[in-house]
Design a protein around this ligand. Structure first.
Ligand code: BGC
Length: 764
């Protein structure tokens, strides 16, 4: 078959070159020319509908007698031909339940593309994957901290570099489309996908999200080269705001807060050139994401002029009928979603995809879906396929990606972890300065999967069999640094039973005995990997057995350094006061343990800052930008806002001071406003300081937020040196959504906080 003949691994370099030249000439002779209109006019109705259909890899894989996908995965050519040639399916996604080698990916993606290269299908298939924190379904890939950790770096260049490397390694696996970044706002810490977000603040998420889009797609989103991939903003929009905190449950979001909080990160990503979007699987205000015409068609496509295409989330066309019950049957469900502006359906199973294709053809023939709407969707999909180079019959050779999993990629991942891990408390216990023995304990101490989280080699990230060799757990990294000084004990084990998280004591006597031998305990607490429905939890409290490990150590007057390994902030109030130090790791990835050891040993300095408000009580969920009315400070000492740690908080070794603030007190509405400050490193080692600038409206036509993040910059300052930081804003930065639902600027008095300094400005 041409497939294997064109792309065979075994071909000599000369033969390969000959083939490349041949196809390059064909491509140059017109394939890439005017393809948009000519490809579309030449397509039959069946071909157009097929373009809107996405199936999962299992559908075209060989299976055993029980219908289970074979391991290692092998394509079933009959099934593939049926899907691509008979049903004209335009997209394939995902992976089966195991991680594949690059060679397997090569075989899969080259076989699929050969259907187009050989002319068996008119439009190439686009392959998409969840490369959430690195190309996590390719063996040996570089895994980074999860998005919540990237947000905690407050460093857009780290986010961009993460995305650039992930794009490279995804492309090195033959895949041009990444279902990332998650741009949902992390406003409900219970939500199992909190770790996939960029935190609670729309401005931070916008800046970091746009940087990720740029890193994925490169500088020209209309022509994405072979080192980059298509980004997919998800999940448009409001998915994260589930009232119950459980995955895929209803959200209520008033228009004002939809505009002010949940939409900005998507808007910023569209401006950064994001070419695809995935739709929210849940419902907002009673409207399932997939039939929300107002958001998808009006806001995203008409108002923002989003040029790319919208793909549904998993089975979500069907779920309009089967789960949300806003359609009496599947056919009506498909029509509803498609007419609302969703261009591609992640159907993705069989025989569902056949039913989808047949039903959609019928809907167009009956006029229930207009040809214009179908053409619009197919056009968007085709433009995107062209933008990422898929219309070229010859795809880049996977042999050229020699930096896949390279030491420099690993260093970048470790750097991201170094800049994200956040020091929340330190009474002097850190850096560790001991020549005596200490104990490393807790359920997350010796668990590589725990520090990676879900979307690590498998969907839920629990399977250890695909872990990258040489990547260290916290225990292994500590042993590497401190050798025999380090005693190990687990104390508590985490497990899941019927998808509910559980814990039990293990070798508790061993833990207690080893406590006697040491002065210091590094206690690694947290949670197991999990995402989506399987990641649902019932309480934000960290389980009592883990807390007990700390309490046992306190009772023996030990210095306890609490290391948190968690995708969402779990309540730890009872163990905070007696802790000697507390470090938040988030889910720092394959090199996170080494980074942690470098930080707590003092070899590197901390610079991460919380991208969310760390709650103290599980009954009180609040965010930093709460209206001042929450505090009720004029009605007595309510202290209503009382988080464990505030948004933007994080310590480092050393001392910083903010001086020489410059900002005019009276400003005019139309001129840009400038503010500057000197940030001085008063300590004796280099620091990286995140300079944060917050502004709050003293009074407005609707209850104003207290203070909101408007600018930030991470600056490196040598010992004893100072850096001048300057921000320029204008009135678009201080707009709010008024009672009519419009963005307006209301002049008046504003307060601000810049680092440790506060001030007031009157804008007329
Ligand atoms: C998730 C998406 C993901 C998709 C494909 C869905 O269940 O919500 O985030 O991209 O599956 O794996």
């Amino acid at each position: 078959m041409l497939t294997t003949c064109v792309f065979s691994n075994n071909r000599s370099f000369i033969k390969r070159l000959g083939v490349v030249v041949f196809w390059a000439i064909i491509a140059a002779c017109g394939v890439s020319k005017n393809h948009q209109s000519s490809e579309l006019t030449g397509l039959t109705l069946e071909e157009k509908v097929g373009q809107t259909c996405q199936i999962t890899l299992d559908v075209v894989a060989q299976t055993d007698a029980q219908g289970r996908t074979l391991v290692p995965l092998k394509l079933d050519t009959n099934k593939l031909t049926e899907a691509l040639v008979k049903y004209k399916v335009g997209s394939i996604l995902n992976v089966s339940w195991h991680t594949l080698s690059r060679e397997q990916w090569r075989e899969i993606t080259e076989t699929i593309h050969a259907y187009y290269a050989s002319g068996r299908i008119k439009i190439p298939v686009i392959y998409g994957i969840d490369a959430i924190h690195g190309v996590n379904y390719t063996r040996g890939a570089t895994l980074f901290p999860q998005e919540i950790g990237l947000a905690a770096t407050w460093n857009p260049s780290i986010a961009e570099e993460f995305a650039r490397i992930t794009a490279y390694e995804t492309r090195a696996s033959g895949i041009p489309w990444n279902f990332s970044p998650v741009l949902d706002l992390g406003r409900n810490p219970l939500w199992s996908r909190n770790f996939e977000t960029l935190g609670e603040d729309p401005y931070l998420a916008s800046v970091m999200g746009a940087a990720i889009v740029k890193g994925y797609q490169g500088n020209n989103s209309n022509s994405i080269d072979s080192l980059h991939v298509l980004a997919c903003m998800k999940h448009f929009v409001g998915y994260s705001a589930a009232l119950s905190g459980r995955d895929r449950t209803p959200a209520w979001i008033p228009d004002k807060y939809m505009k002010e909080l949940y939409l900005p990160s998507f808007n910023a990503a569209v401006k950064a050139g994001a070419q695809t979007v995935m739709i929210n699987s849940g419902s907002v205000n009673g409207i399932p994401g997939h039939v929300n015409t107002s958001l998808i068609q009006h806001t995203l496509k008409d108002e923002w002029k989003f040029p790319g295409f919208a793909v549904s989330d998993w089975e979500d066309f069907n779920m309009l009928h089967t789960v949300h019950r806003v359609a009496p049957d599947l056919k009506t469900a498909y029509e509803g979603a498609f007419n609302a502006g969703v261009d591609m359906s992640m159907v993705p199973l069989s025989p569902d995809y056949k039913i989808y294709c047949e039903s959609m053809i019928q809907s167009v023939q009956e006029g229930r879906i207009s040809l214009d709407r179908l053409n619009d969707a197919v056009n968007r999909i085709n433009i995107t396929k062209q933008a990422v180079g898929l219309m070229n019959k010859i795809q880049p050779s996977l042999d050229t990606y020699s930096a896949f999993g390279s030491p420099q990629h690993k260093r970048a991942s470790k750097q991201a972890a170094l800049e994200s891990i956040t020091l929340l408390k330190n009474n002097g216990a850190l850096p560790i300065n001991t020549t005596t023995k200490f104990l490393v304990a807790g359920p997350c101490a010796d668990n590589l999967n725990a520090i990676n989280g879900a979307w690590t080699h498998t969907w839920q990230g629990m399977d250890t069999s695909f872990n990258t060799k040489g990547c260290k757990t916290i225990v292994q990294a500590m042993l590497g640094k401190y050798g025999g000084q380090c005693l190990i004990s687990k104390g508590v084990e985490l497990f899941k039973e019927k998808e509910v998280e559980q814990s039990r004591f293990v070798d508790l006597n061993d833990y207690i005995q080893k406590l006697e031998e040491v002065e210091t305990v590094i206690l690694c607490l947290g949670e197991l990997p999990g995402t989506e429905k399987p990641g649902d939890i019932r309480s934000l409290n960290l389980d009592s057995k883990q807390l007990e490990l700390a309490k046992l150590a306190y009772a023996k007057k030990k210095n306890v350094i609490v290391v948190l390994v968690e995708g969402r902030p779990r309540i730890i109030r009872d163990i905070v006061d007696s802790a000697a130090a507390i470090v938040q790791c988030y889910l720092p990835g394959d090199y996170g343990a080494e980074a942690l050891v470098e930080l707590i040993s003092g070899e590197s300095n901390f610079s991460g800052k919380l991208p969310y408000t760390y709650p103290k009580y599980d009954g009180v969920m609040e965010f930093y930008d709460r209206p001042r009315s929450v505090d009720r400070s004029n009605v007595g000492d309510f202290n209503a806002f009382d988080p464990q740690w505030p948004f933007g908080f994080g310590l480092h070794y050393g001392e910083v001071s903010y001086e020489h603030l410059k900002c005019k007190e009276e400003l005019s509405e139309n001129a840009p406003w400038e503010i500057s400050v000197d940030v001085i490193n008063k300590g004796n080692r280099q620091i990286e300081e995140v300079v944060q600038f917050y502004v709050g409206d003293e009074s407005a036509s609707m209850v104003p937020a207290g203070e909101q993040l408007k600018r930030f910059e991470k600056v490196k300052i040598s010992a004893g040196q100072s850096v001048n930081v300057r921000f320029v804003l204008n009135k678009t930065d201080l707009m709010l959504v008024n009672q009519e639902g419009e963005w307006v600027f209301e002049p008046g008095t504003f307060t601000y906080t810049l680092g440790s300094l506060k001030g007031k400005m009157v804008i007329k």
